[in-house]
Design a protein around this ligand. Structure first.
Ligand code: AMP
Length: 584
């Protein structure tokens, strides 16, 4: 048993720091005193979830409902609370203020425990149907009745999803290694287990109950998504071929959505590259696999929308319409999809990730090569060993509406979650000026002027460093936003506002009107990468006191909802583009 008050106190301390080292230290202390049987719950709560990404449920709690509960518990009117909320901006902080005035009878109070809070949140998430709103409100009211003002503050931040501690998975992994093995070096074992199972709560439980050796035994399993293998980018075919040591497979690089498909018997599930379960978005893919005999596998492919008459690939945005549940039938007819399979991670009860890419492709052909369904194919592939062959295949890919090529080392194994030179993406544009886009995360904003009063004017964008687990600033962008897109984006950003710069952001002396939790990724094009004393990406790498900046950055209109913040273009990639541009 652990008192919720203890957790609330740690959250309070964590909120006062912007230093990652200090955050890790707080985490270590917390993990060390957490009873083993609830360590997974503590991990999920810190991540603001109720389970791993692929199975964590939403609580479905509206602010109005919380305001009503607060009014019942404190005796303040809903109107008063709403006004305070408008001023302060967070209902947890509102509860903290209100409850100072509360006259309470401690006689009937039960002490709130972490177990109780977690289990009640699970109940709330599982409540649906008629009367569910009432029931949810009663759960919240009852917890509020048993909490002090500090507990109420963090309880509400948890149920509303506004707890923003700035703790990334990598920080949690560091803290777990330190707490249970005393050595940060063991983090690579934890990271590997995380890449295979995507569930830090479970890893923490195994580690706390057993040892690091038990974590080493964690293997890939069906219906638990594997973190996808990623590609490096090369400037041109020559560089790519050099990296591939003169010979490799070239595949069409299709601009769709990456899906990982798991099947056993009647159960078929689809996951995105950020591990979200999107099975309901593609009923026709589920049916397609249900109709086939091939069973017991995990495959990866790129799903792309096609024009129903000429079968040509449609832009990535056409897939976004799948997000609206009630329109699926309609969308299925208007925007049918084609699935291009490119990898096999698990087959007939065996982990195939250890096999070479050459062998995996052979197995993929055995398993799916003969399927007679015109909506499923293996991605176009050919063996290349000269620049000329790559160029020819590139032309063919572009003619077929692809973005470019993926080059793959035939001897490489599947490295979950890793971005390495075993896979290289090659787009035609890399060799010219920078017409290739960057995927940058929104970190802050300045308020708008003129037509944009009341909205955000310029957005501060950043790159990412995996080794530092830090976001670095790179430019401000204000062009390329259509009015409706800007409004929708502003609404989403309002929910991500934090009262000071995020602990994982390095912004130097730059000051902004608002800071956000790094979450939304925009696709940006630029004319050139320059050096600037203002931004922190790659600061001091080329010239003391200077970092990289984008010249004339412009939003392409594409919000990369399929990418997690850690998929942001990295500092190394920016350095690469910068160096290549000098060579031109
Ligand atoms: P990027 O999103 O630009 O980093 O490029 C990597 C993405 O390309 C992958 O995550 C896939 O979604 C997509 N892709 C398209 N075709 C292929 C392919 N043949 N092999 C691997 N990934 C592919």
């Amino acid at each position: 048993m652990m008192l919720f008050l203890e957790l609330a106190q740690t959250f309070k301390e964590m909120e006062t720091t912007s230093s990652r080292i200090a955050l890790t230290q707080f985490l270590v202390e917390l993990l060390k005193k957490t009873p083993v049987d609830i360590i997974d719950k503590i991990i999920y709560l810190i991540q603001g979830k109720l389970g791993p990404d692929h199975s964590s449920k939403e609580l479905g709690i509206a602010e109005k409902m919380v305001i009503r509960s607060l009014s019942i518990v404190t005796g303040n009117s809903s109107n008063e609370i709403q006004l305070l909320y408008n001023r302060i901006g967070d209902l947890g902080d509102v509860a903290y203020r209100l409850r100072y005035n509360r006259v309470q009878s401690t006689l009937f109070q039960e002490h709130l425990t972490v177990e109780k809070v977690f289990d009640t949140m699970v109940k709330i998430a599982n409540t649906s149907g008629t009367g569910s709103l009432d029931l949810k409100r009663r759960y919240i009211t009852s917890m509020l009745n048993n909490s002090s003002n500090l507990e109420a503050k963090y309880l509400l931040k948890l149920v509303l999803g506004t707890l923003r501690l700035g703790i990334a998975n990598y920080t949690l992994i560091d803290a777990l290694a330190l707490s249970f093995t005393g050595d940060k070096k063991n983090k690579s074992i934890l990271e590997n287990a995380f890449n295979l199972s995507s569930d830090l709560g479970n890893i923490a439980r195994i580690l706390a109950k057993g040892s690091i050796k038990d974590v080493q035994l964690i293997a890939v399993s069906l219906f638990v998504p594997v973190r996808p293998m990623l590609a490096e980018r090369a400037r041109d075919s020559r560089e790519a071929l050099n990296k591939m040591k003169g010979e490799c497979f070239a595949e069409f690089k299709i601009d769709g959505e990456r899906v990982q498909i798991h099947k056993k018997g009647n159960q078929i599930e689809l996951f995105t590259r950020s591990l979200e379960n999107i099975t309901p978005h593609f009923p026709e893919i589920v049916k397609m696999f249900a109709d086939e005999n091939t069973d017991n596998f995990i495959v990866e492919g790129e799903v792309v929308a096609i024009n129903s008459t000429n079968l040509k690939y449609l832009p990535f945005q056409s897939l976004m319409k799948r997000k609206r549940k009630h329109e699926i039938q309609d969308v299925m007819e208007k925007y049918p999809v084609l699935l291009n399979l490119f990898d096999l991670l698990y087959y007939n009860g065996q982990d195939t990730m250890e096999l070479s890419f050459f062998e995996r492709r052979r197995l993929l052909e055995d398993a799916f090569g003969n399927i007679k369904n015109d909506r499923l194919k293996l991605v176009d592939q050919t063996k290349v060993s000269t620049i000329d062959e790559i160029e020819k295949f590139m032309t063919k890919a572009l003619e077929n509406g692809c973005e470019g090529l993926m080059l793959k080392d035939p001897s490489s194994r599947y490295r979950a979650g890793a971005r390495e030179w075993a896979w290289i993406k090659l787009k035609r544009e890399y060799s010219g000026t920078i017409t290739d886009s960057l995927d940058l995360v929104i970190l802050g904003a300045l308020y708008g002027k003129g037509r944009r009063v009341g909205k955000y004017g310029a957005l501060l964008l950043g790159s990412y460093s995996k080794t530092e687990d830090t976001f670095y600033t790179i430019c401000k962008v204000g062009t390329g936003f259509k009015d409706d897109v800007l409004t929708a984006l502003s609404n989403r950003l309002n929910k991500l506002v934090i009262h000071k710069k995020h602990p994982r952001v390095e912004a130097g002396a730059l000051s902004m009107d608002v800071w956000f939790e790094p979450n939304i990724i925009l696709e940006i094009v630029t004319s050139e990468i320059t050096l600037s004393p203002v931004y922190t990406t790659g600061r001091n790498l080329i010239k003391p006191g200077y970092g990289f900046a984008l010249r004339f950055p412009k939003f392409t209109g594409n919000v990369r909802d399929d990418k997690a913040p850690e998929d942001t273009t990295t500092v190394d990639e920016v350095l690469n583009i910068y160096s290549n541009q000098l060579k031109q």
